[in-house]
Design a protein around this ligand. Structure first.
Ligand code: ADE
Length: 340
């Protein structure tokens, strides 16, 4: 059976001290997402000029594109304190009440994976976001009463990889804006790797940089993860960080030249080999691979779709002709004429 994909190379979900040092904390250091950046800057400057607290902001998009980084950068740029938590960490209404009442005026509250907040807790967040109050129900039944606590003025920054799971009342309360983060361009990924290599004091040749960028899934978190693994490989084998070293290191990690890891290739492989290229439902794919449905949908599929290897149709997932070619599989006869 395969290991959970969050531990797989290429997903690079680990957050270590090293990752913190690679995170840009100023606008000038943050590469890419130009439109999001410009809009955020206007929002923050306008709020500052009016002497107001910035309004609530929601970031969404595939993992590793910089949602958390942006929240920390905003805190740094506005010289605010940031308190971080996540949807699954807030288990009871009391947990959220305690977080909110412990904020100081002007703080930023960052809630990652907000789609995993339970509905009862979500409803406590509405008045907090809209009117900076906390409605607490004391007691049960006919004798129950509500008391209202005034909260410090704060900005909520939330992040999600699953926009479709957010209720529309919650979405509409992000009055500062809802921003979608996109996969990065190749030149942006190269710039990010170059910057990280400099911080890590790693000498990377131009060709090596290109090789890492090619396999980085257009995602900074993956780019930084691969850079660190290549640096380890070069150090242990006493080699320079050349293109050849990168190819050797990443081949050992089972990451191919498109940046696909074992799970990505298994997903495409199972659709092609067991379901004649699709369409096949996500549940069936997940069960065939003993993988988590949510991980496949949030982590693997966005990149496969972005590369044009996978199609999400109303009848299920389909491997494209490009996927057949990438995996060196023979195209079925009924596809040979069609461009999919
Ligand atoms: N590290 C992670 N994301 C980054 C970005 N967008 N720009 C620069 N460095 C990064």
């Amino acid at each position: 059976m395969s290991s959970p994909s969050k531990n797989l190379p290429g997903n690079g979900k680990e957050v270590t001290f090293l990752d913190q040092t690679l995170r840009p904390s100023q606008w000038e250091e943050y590469i890419g997402q130009d439109n999001v950046k410009e809009n955020l800057k206007i929002l923050l400057v306008a709020a500052k000029e009016r002497g107001h607290q910035p309004e609530h902001i929601l970031f969404y998009g595939p993992p590793g594109l910089g949602k958390t980084t942006l929240a920390h950068l905003i805190a740094h740029e506005t010289r605010s304190q940031i308190k971080s938590t996540s949807g699954p960490a807030i288990e009871k209404v009391g947990d959220l009440a305690s977080i909110l009442t412990n904020l100081s005026p002007g703080d930023i509250l960052f809630i990652d994976e907000i789609h995993r907040l339970n509905k009862t807790i979500e409803e406590v967040l509405y008045p907090a976001m809209e009117s900076n109050v906390l409605d607490i129900i004391i007691g049960k039944g006919p004798s129950a009463r509500t008391i209202q606590l005034e909260l410090p003025i704060f900005t909520l920054i939330a992040a999600t990889t699953r926009m479709s799971l957010l209720s529309s009342p919650l979405r509409s309360r992000f009055s500062g804006g809802v921003f979608r983060l996109e996969f990065y361009r190749d030149d942006e990924i190269k710039q990010i790797i170059k910057r990280s290599a400099k911080i890590l004091d790693a000498m990377v040749t131009d060709d090596a940089l290109k090789e890492i960028a090619k396999r980085s899934r257009r995602t900074p978190r993956t780019a930084n993860f691969l850079l660190k693994r290549c640096r380890d490989f070069a150090q242990v084998h006493k080699k320079n960080l050349s293109a050849e070293t990168v190819v050797d290191a990443l081949t050992l990690l089972d990451i191919d030249e498109l940046g696909l890891n074992v799970i990505d290739r298994k997903i495409l492989g199972v659709i092609i080999d067991h379901f004649a290229g699709g369409p096949v439902g996500l549940k069936t794919i997940a069960a065939s691979l003993s993988e988590d449905e949510g991980t496949i949908e949030e982590v693997n599929e966005p990149y496969l779709i972005q590369l044009g290897l996978l199609d999400r149709t109303s009848r299920g997932r389909m491997a494209t002709n490009k996927a057949y070619r990438h995996l060196d599989k023979e195209l079925p006869h009924d596809r040979q004429e069609k461009l999919l």
